[in-house]
Design a binder for this molecule. Structure first.
Ligand code: FCB
Length: 390
């Protein structure tokens, strides 16, 4: 039985600047890659040179039948030093928007996807004095090139950002890096919520876009008898970031896997032959859990699936995972949840934050020549988009 999606549904794929552009040498992650090289962290380097090849990337997406592309603009390029903005870099991102328009695809633009300029880090990053003002000043400049863009995400996965920066903070304070059971740092989380609350109205007023942020959803479930610990963990992991989304135009759901919560917290993924190249449990049903939980917290705010996908070298497995995830999504929609789009992570195999081996892409890339090689999953998802049905 074919099951259709609402008219105008966004069908697309996503990327993030630092993971695909290459040579973002003025941001904190570039610095971290070099500092942590002895721990086996790999370099982004040229990444997949999408900074120069974005036209080809978007054309492949559009030719396959998809109608939306989520990408991020890189703060460290636009504001290389405090208060000094690069007109040329702003124009670069405007060209990306124009390219999407020309190909008939909707740009979904993220203003902050994990990275910030070095100078922002030197001022204490999100906990530094004036962080919200600095972010707002950048956002105001970004708005000068966003006219006509319908969907804008302020900050990507504030909860994962608070987790990662929380760990860096611990290490800076002489504490150990927690490999298991770490939770997002709530103080950093509060700072990100303040930044989002300041930025969202600026974007809405300047551009008329629908504005939201995109939250990492772990599809957490309580282990038997562990409901109260689950509620605590859920609050710190997700709900404190979903609650501010009640004031937004949409909320982004990002889902990959699911985990139980027991008395000790989030249970690590047990070793299993089905685990993905990230070491995560193979759980295509996670998307349904994530969308339903998000709806429970945000109420009637529309949802866009801004990331969902699988790190695998077996493209048939990507198709199987995604097909099943889409069925769970459609089930949640049948139950009355307002979902406006599905953006697959990722358009391209890319730099997975210190690792190159977890391949999430619908398109493979030769990292010597930068040649793009679409995988069968790209055409498969494009066919679904054209039919607007599964
Ligand atoms: C999310 C990130 C994205 C990518 C995927 C696998 O946490 O937003 O950049 O790394 O996971």
């Amino acid at each position: 039985m074919s099951r259709s999606f609402p008219q105008g549904f966004l069908w697309g794929a996503a990327t993030a600047a630092h993971q695909v552009e290459g040579n973002n040498l003025n941001n904190d992650f570039w610095q971290l890659e070099h500092a942590a090289a002895e721990h086996g962290v790999e370099f982004s380097g040229d990444a997949v040179d999408s900074y120069h090849r974005y036209q080809e990337d978007m054309r492949l997406l559009a030719d396959a039948g998809l109608n939306a592309y989520r990408f991020s603009i890189e703060w460290s390029r636009i504001e290389p030093s405090p208060g000094k903005f690069s007109k040329a870099e702003l124009a670069h991102y405007r060209r990306m928007i124009d390219t999407a328009d020309g190909l008939g695809i909707k740009p979904v633009v993220t203003l902050h996807h994990f990275t910030h300029p070095l100078w922002f880090g030197e001022r204490g990053a999100w906990l530094g004095k004036g962080a919200v003002e600095a972010f707002s000043r950048y956002v105001e400049q970004a708005c000068t090139i966003l006219h006509g863009v319908e969907w804008v995400c302020t900050i990507n996965e504030p909860n994962v950002l608070a987790l990662n920066h929380g760990q860096l903070r611990r290490v800076a304070e002489g504490k150990e890096y927690q490999r298991v059971g770490a939770l997002p740092d709530t103080e950093i989380g509060e700072a990100l919520i303040a930044a989002h609350r300041a930025a969202a109205p600026l974007v809405r007023e300047a551009t008329g876009a629908k504005v939201g942020w995109t939250v990492a959803n772990q599809a957490l479930v309580p282990a038997p008898g562990c409901e109260s610990r689950y509620t605590e963990v859920q609050q710190v992991w997700e709900d404190m970031y979903l609650e501010p989304a009640r004031e937004d135009d949409f909320v982004g759901v990002q889902s990959y896997t699911s985990q139980p919560v027991d008395e000790n917290g989030v249970v690590p993924h047990p070793e299993h032959p089905d685990n993905t190249l990230m070491g995560w449990a193979y759980r295509p049903d996670a998307l349904g859990i994530a969308v339903r939980h998000t709806h429970d917290v945000v109420g009637d705010v529309p949802i866009v699936v801004t990331e969902n996908g699988i790190a695998t070298s077996d493209d048939q497995r990507r198709v199987a995972y995604t097909g099943e995830a889409l069925r769970h999504l459609r089930d949640a929609m049948d139950d009355g949840i307002d979902v406006r789009g599905y953006l697959h992570w990722s358009l391209l195999d890319n730099f997975e934050w210190g690792r190159w081996d977890p391949t999430f892409g619908l398109i493979a890339v030769d990292r010597e020549t930068f040649e793009r090689h679409p995988k069968p999953s790209l055409a498969w998802l494009g066919d679904i988009a054209r039919a607007n049905a599964i």
